[in-house]
Design a protein around this ligand. Structure first.
Ligand code: THU
Length: 159
């Protein structure tokens, strides 16, 4: 028998401990919650991707009466960024959420489907995507998508 354990390293920062660029990205994710269309869950999620040329691409979750048709903020942003800037890598992704008019104290982490899509973007760009998760009590930073999604399935498995 053999046993192993997978771990995820998370570093928690206060907003004023982040670099100006990271603070800007987190603020863009917070701002993007305003464009959320979440009449069913009332859970407003914003995401902001930093592209390799420094530009920020932001978006939010979009729901539909046929619930499975909705889309999380993370995938909304990554798919739009890749569709409009296929030549640019995503180097960082910030996520923020609010409900009842208040940002969450503790961050949410991306759902399983979004983790898989973040990993795909990371593999495609051959560049770590740093993930910044906003909470009012702190910003949780994870170094890359592989750290966020251990035991992942990737294109390597298809070879
Ligand atoms: N949601 C996101 O946009 N991102 C996440 O990481 C978790 C959940 C959205 C999906 C749905 O519109 C609402 O939040 C409630 O699940």
């Amino acid at each position: 028998m053999r046993e192993y354990k997978v771990t995820c390293r998370i570093t928690v920062y206060q907003m004023d401990e982040l670099s100006a660029a990271d603070r800007e990205l987190v603020n863009a994710a917070c701002e993007a919650t305003k464009s959320s269309y979440a009449p069913y869950s009332h859970f407003r999620v914003g995401a902001a991707a930093r592209l390799s040329d420094g530009t920020i691409f932001a978006g939010s979750n979009q729901e539909a009466a046929a619930f499975p048709s909705g889309m999380c903020a993370e995938r909304t942003v990554l798919y739009a960024a890749q569709a409009q800037h296929p030549d640019k890598k995503v180097v960082a992704l910030a996520i923020a959420a609010q409900t009842g008019g208040h940002f969450l104290d503790d961050p949410i982490t991306p759902c399983g489907a979004c983790r898989q899509v973040i990993l795909e973007a990371e593999d495609r760009g051959k560049c770590d995507i740093r993930i910044l998760l906003h909470g009012t009590k702190g910003i949780h930073v994870i170094g890359n998508a592989r750290e966020l999604l251990p035991l992942h399935f990737t294109s390597d498995n298809l070879k």
